[in-house]
Design a protein around this ligand. Structure first.
Ligand code: FAD
Length: 470
């Protein structure tokens, strides 16, 4: 832990939500020397027997790693993750084909969500100017005074005031409710028709049941399953499917028929009994995409992480974007001397276009992952893009590389991708037109001997006749 910077009368920053983004953000504010308090509705997950939450594991990539690095956490978290160098596509017949994520040596990491959250809370607590408040559920707050009211499991209430309130309370943010009451606050939310369900693939003879250094994908056009490795040698398989398809399957035998048809290679690995049981353990869970703007109210409150931008999980960027929010805010704090009245509007100005861009990209990848990867044209373009990137590394950079392995601003990555796509498609069109024109020119210049063309046809005809008569 680094020493916080000195300050005569430290301002009080309240971080509401001690999830992934809240816990990391608390470190950022504590590192700057603010008097920080975190308020989290759940009990301390480090003491809890069962940690409720969303996906068991997540893909950590460059943006998230950079944000962890800033508070000295990168190496620790990376050492607890499993590198995934490529997607491994499973065809319905069970054939497996890898599609690398980037250049040799580039990978994303499968990390355990609960463990990451615990590590971040423990790191936050190492700052002397930090106070953690678990079992504190925000009920209401005032944007005018910064006064917050929390309820506790024993029915008691706590009232706390802060100079700055940082809303990291997730997709269904209570902090955001005050924003919704205000004029000129834009807000949209979209539930996709798909839900998700997690299934566990246990180890086989103490080893991973499939190759661990891949993110396994079973793309089936309208639905798909993915699997990420865990440190205990299990895989967490996540089935993404429209809710009405989930609901059509009502018995164990129907689960087996469904898996036999679409994911036959996973049946012996997950196990028949486990499949029949676990499919009905929990219903499919919903996924929502939320966009809003602005992210701040005056100099009092700012939204970050899913509270500001919940994205569907298909680009593996929700947490990474939330972590990057912390770096961007910190960079602006540095530029504007921690003057909240200037920092907050600037943060909205800078960050909204990027978070909206990643929300759109995640929606785009929702189709790419389950359907496009089955298309030959898509695979050809992926290989071509990677080849062009190899030849012209500074001119052509695949979109996935920009999003996952760089800190190129998300909206700039989208602009550049559209430009590159136009250039490559035009290049292909010119190439194809050139080939057709060149071929035609050669044919006109050197017309083939028409008799030579007829001879084999006659031969073939004779052969066909003989087959018929015999
Ligand atoms: P959350 O993790 O939701 O944390 C919010 C916290 O606030 C919680 O601890 C909650 O208890 C607390 N809270 C809520 N309300 C209150 C209140 N009123 N008072 C006090 N505390 C409160 N992202 C990736 O980058 N890579 C991935 O591979 C990836 N995979 C995903 C897979 C799935 C299936 C899903 C659903 C999401 C995935 N994500 C992934 C997205 C990622 O989970 C989120 O972006 C990330 O959890 C956001 O962190 P957060 O701290 O903003 O919100």
């Amino acid at each position: 832990m680094e020493e916080p910077t000195g300050r005569l009368t430290p301002k009080k920053v309240a971080v509401v939500g001690g999830g992934l983004v809240g816990a990391l953000n608390a470190c950022y504010f504590a590192k700057r020397g603010f008097d920080v308090e975190v308020f989290e509705t759940r009990e301390d997950i480090r003491q809890a027997k069962v940690v409720k939450g969303r996906s068991i594991n997540l893909a950590l990539s460059h943006r998230g790693r950079q944000a962890l690095k800033h508070v000295g956490m990168e190496d620790k978290i990376v050492s607890q993750g499993i590198p995934m160098h490529a997607r491994m596509i499973h065809s319905p017949s069970g054939k497996q084909s890898p599609i690398p994520y980037g250049k040799k040596g580039q990978f994303i990491l499968s990390v355990d969500r609960a463990n990451l959250n615990k590590e971040l809370l423990t790191e936050a607590e190492t700052y002397p100017n930090m106070k953690m408040n678990f079992d504190h559920k925000l009920k209401d707050w005032s944007p005018e005074t910064g006064l917050m009211t929390f309820t506790r499991l024993d029915g008691s209430h706590d009232q706390i005031q802060a100079d700055l309130i940082v809303g990291c309370d997730g997709a269904f943010s209570t902090i955001r409710k005050q924003f919704l009451r205000r004029s000129r606050f834009n807000y949209s939310q979209t539930y996709i028709p798909h839900g998700y369900m997690e299934l566990t693939m246990p180890p086989v003879n103490g080893e991973f049941a499939m190759k661990p250094d891949y993110l396994h994908i079973w793309p089936r056009n309208t639905f798909m399953m993915i699997a990420l490795p865990n440190l205990d040698k299990t895989f967490t398989c996540t089935l993404f499917m429209p809710f009405d398809e989930f609901e059509k399957i009502t018995t164990g035998d129907e689960v087996m028929e469904f898996f036999q048809e679409y994911f036959a290679d996973t049946i012996p690995l997950i196990g028949v009994d486990a499949l029949k049981r676990d499919y009905f353990r929990l219903p499919g869970l919903a996924m929502v995409s939320i966009k809003c703007s602005p992210y701040h109210i005056g100099d009092k409150c700012v939204l970050m992480g899913d509270a500001a931008h919940a994205v569907v999980p298909f680009y593996g960027q929700g947490m990474n974007a939330g972590f990057e929010d912390c770096i961007v805010f910190d960079e602006i704090m540095e530029q504007l001397n921690e003057d909240f009245s200037a920092v907050l509007p600037e943060y909205t100005r800078v960050r909204v276009p990027d978070d909206h861009a990643i929300a759109d990209l995640a929606m785009y990848n929702y189709i790419e992952m389950r359907a496009h990867v089955n298309s030959k044209w898509f695979l050809f373009r992926k290989h071509l893009d990677n080849f062009l990137h190899f030849l012209l590394p500074n001119t052509i950079v695949p979109l996935y590389t920009m999003v996952t392995f760089t800190r190129t601003r998300y909206h700039k990555a989208v602009d550049r991708w559209q430009w590159q796509d136009k250039v490559i498609n035009r290049g292909l069109l010119f190439g194809a037109t050139g080939a057709v024109l060149g071929g035609s020119y050669l044919l006109i210049k050197n017309p083939p001997d028409i008799n030579k063309l007829i001879i084999p046809t006659e031969k073939m005809w004779a052969r066909l006749m003989s087959l018929w008569t015999n």
